[in-house]
Design a protein around this ligand. Structure first.
Ligand SMILES: [Zn+2]
Length: 309
């Protein structure tokens, strides 16, 4: 069994405007790297559009209607200072969330060993009723609740190594003791949430803030000493990864100093843990990463580890 790669051309047609860091070239850079010889065994699949039923498990129907209704026929519509809609944004957002749901289906049906969703817009900042931070729908949370509704899983964990805290995912998970969210992120940094004392209703939220300029040693220490033991204790039935690559040393939006090999390392450890308690079930989805070269090489390291797992 192999690793699936879910993506869709519509994710390139979410246009955030000139000079915006969350640009279509990000996804082009990731996909170009995954076209090279070593990735020829990937099982490449088109991301379907998420259904409104799937999205409504995380976002109120009124929010979904208002967001899709705000998509302009031409030009741009600003949701906030960072978050922009263009004519292609509605379909891109539906495909990004649909990719994670379809990846969950492919893994749980036993068609593939694990999966990576190369999609945009990203999702982890999207609150149930608020788009923000380049995010429209919370793709990973929608995927987690889909795994429950469609496949009857109960205990699901999301690991988020994007350099920013996934405030939206935490909001969606904090009150449910059978959902676990763990995040490594730079602090202080946007969006300002993710303090170490935010634990959720049943210690089901684990925030591991890292100081600016922290690098591999601090990151690996937190993952080894805190994250992996907590995950083992939680015993998830499936693992989802919010794979942002903006903690990379070359990223322009933050000041952490991770390297490509750190992304390989954490992916390998998460796969081992999933093998031990979650029948190896892992679905990963792209979040941030704004240096095109670092994004391509770090996401390649991540997918290389998924394929080796
Ligand atoms: Zn980020």
């Amino acid at each position: 069994m192999t690793t699936a790669l879910f993506s869709h051309g519509a994710c390139l047609r979410h246009d955030t405007g000139p000079g915006h860091p969350e640009c279509p070239d990000r996804l082009r850079a990731v996909l170009a790297r995954l076209e090279t010889e070593e990735f020829s065994w990937l099982d490449r699949r088109e991301a379907p559009q998420a259904s409104l039923e799937q999205i409504a498990r995380v976002h109120p129907a009124a929010y979904v209607q208002a967001l899709l209704g705000a998509v302009p026929a031409q030009g741009y519509a600003a949701v906030d200072g960072d978050t922009v809609l263009s004519p292609g944004s509605g379909e891109a957002a539906l495909r990004a969330a649909g990719a994670v749901c379809a990846a969950v289906d492919a893994v749980l049906a036993g068609e593939v060993r694990n999966a990576f969703c190369a999609v945009r817009p990203p999702g982890h900042h999207a609150e149930p009723d608020q788009a923000m931070g380049f995010c429209l729908f919370n793709n990973v949370a929608i995927g987690a609740l889909h795994a429950r509704a469609r496949w009857g899983l109960r205990r699901i964990a999301v690991i988020d190594f994007d350099v920013h805290h996934g405030n939206g995912t935490q909001s969606s998970f904090a009150d449910d003791p059978d959902l676990f969210y763990a995040s490594t992120h730079q602090s202080p940094l946007y969006p300002g949430t993710g303090q170490a004392h935010e634990h959720g209703i049943a210690n089901n939220i684990m925030n591991l803030p890292l100081r600016p300029f922290a690098g591999s040693a601090e990151f690996r220490g937190q993952v080894t000493d805190r994250l992996l033991p907590a995950l083992r204790h939680f015993k998830p039935e499936m693992l989802l990864i919010s794979a942002g690559f903006d903690a990379h040393a070359r990223d322009p939006l933050a000041q952490l100093n991770l390297l490509d090999e750190d992304y390989y390392w954490i992916t390998e450890h998460l796969l081992h843990l999933a093998d031990a308690c979650a029948k190896g079930r892992v679905v990963s989805t792209l979040e941030g990463g704004y240096d095109l070269g670092a994004l391509a090489s770090a996401s390649a390291a991540h997918v290389r580890a998924l394929m080796a797992g």
